[in-house]
Design a protein around this ligand. Structure first.
Ligand SMILES: [Zn+2]
Length: 422
């Protein structure tokens, strides 16, 4: 087995570029407002494209505006890609997404400056509209890339002003000729801030992301009867809010009963008619269940729906339950995870395995190419917030592990090819 070259990314240069690009859409409170396919998005895309071209990369754009910047390798095989997204939430931070793209740039520049030739081509990717703040759903380009969404449907999504995704793409000059998805990858690696509190709490520098938890959303409507609160004796009531209140408790209890990785939330509740002197006749609410394991999600779902019928039945109410979202858990590729683990070990960084609580482009990409992610801590676990912060040291460590993982996978591809030809 060949050893990996001893290449070191430049943490100060990475930090400098994180701050430089953060000025494009900078907010007063130190964050970034750079909604997808706006002129600010165009500016940061132009910056990224120019930076990639200065390193000798060939930049191609696909029909969803995803950007690919390729440095050739020795072999004619699909590239090993690394990247994330450059769009932000309206009150986003400086690191969500941007770190993954700029760390890819720093890693690739390290290869160029060392004159190190990889076996596979290496590519940097900027996925369009990861955030879903301007156009829903989120992660739309990687979703089309992976075949999860129809391209025409995605292109026709409208923002609040009625502009379609395709029109916005056209307006900033980033509608590319390559059909989204017709771009094979050997592998994909995404560095991202954790957006949660675990790494910081355990003083770990690197999260070896093994997957993304599954999400199921339900809408429930509990129906009883509107009655006068003063004249209706307790035993004659059909109080829909009482049923919903008990179900809020049950959802919480179901999540707690399924171990530390399960979460369950009723986040929205609408009481009708919502008047102080009417026994509530109807309540609408949402249920959000998440777990990394499909079997456990199945159990949580059946526990919640069983509770829905039992609780309402007991109170003489009726309930209607509809599942409106079912995102299966993602298990990242064992070889890619291995490359991340080995990269962290070789660099001597404290690391732990972790399952992502949030969705990421790598989740969709993993449907069509071996993929994995690297997390670094963010202060207090705060993200989607202008106060979002990751230290220069942690950003540099993440970029270094990203480079190691890509080089490790490159070696793996080369060894496989050698075995085939032996
Ligand atoms: Zn992100």
């Amino acid at each position: 087995m060949t050893t990996l070259p001893n290449l070191r990314i430049d943490g100060a240069r990475l930090w400098g570029e994180l701050m430089e690009t953060a000025a494009i859409g900078a907010t007063q409170k130190g964050g970034i407002c750079r909604l997808t396919l706006t002129d600010l998005d165009r500016q940061v895309r132009d910056w990224f494209k120019a930076s990639a071209e200065r390193l000798g990369c060939i930049v191609t754009i696909d029909s969803m505006g995803a950007m690919f910047a390729r440095r050739p390798g020795r072999a004619d095989v699909p590239p090993i890609a690394m990247g994330s997204h450059l769009d932000t939430q309206p009150t986003g931070g400086k690191f969500d997404g941007c770190l993954g793209v700029l760390a890819a740039l720093e890693a690739l520049r390290t290869l160029v400056e060392a004159g190190y030739e990889t076996y596979a081509p290496i590519e940097m990717v900027n996925w369009t509209n990861e955030e879903g703040a301007r156009f829903q759903p989120s992660m739309v380009a990687s979703g089309v890339f992976a075949g999860a969404f129809e391209p025409d449907w995605a292109s026709g999504r409208r923002d609040a002003a009625g502009t379609t995704f395709a029109e916005a793409l056209e307006a900033i000059g980033y509608r590319g000729p390559q059909r989204c998805g017709e771009h094979p990858l050997s592998a994909f690696f995404e560095l991202h801030i954790e957006q949660g509190p675990l790494l910081e709490a355990e003083d770990k520098t690197i999260g070896i992301v093994t997957g993304i938890q599954g999400i199921r959303w339900f809408e429930a409507t509990v129906r009883g009867e509107d009655r006068h609160t003063g004249t209706t004796p307790m035993q004659l009531r059909k109080n829909a809010l009482l049923g919903a209140a008990r179900l809020v408790e049950r959802v919480d209890a179901i999540a707690r009963a399924h171990g530390p990785q399960a979460v369950g939330t009723v986040g929205r509740l609408e009481v009708r008619p919502n008047s102080p002197n009417v026994v509530p006749g109807e309540v609408f609410f949402t249920v959000d269940l998440r777990h990394p394991d499909t079997a456990v999600l199945d159990e949580m779902q059946s526990d919640w729906t069983a509770a829905g019928y039992a609780v309402t039945d007991e109170l003489g109410l009726e309930v209607e339950i509809a599942k409106i979202l079912d995102q299966p858990p993602v298990r990242f590729d064992a070889d890619c995870i291995g490359c991340v683990r080995e990269g962290a070990r070789a660099m001597g960084f404290a690391a732990r395995e972790i399952v992502s609580g949030a969705g990421h482009d790598a989740g969709y990409v993993s449907r069509v190419a071996p993929s994995a992610m690297i997390f670094v801590p963010c202060r207090d676990g705060i993200s989607h917030n202008e106060a979002e912060y990751a230290t220069p040291e942690h950003c540099a460590a993440g970029a270094q592990v990203l480079l190691q993982a890509v080089l490790g996978y490159d070696r793996l591809l080369q060894e496989r090819a050698a075995t085939r030809h032996a």
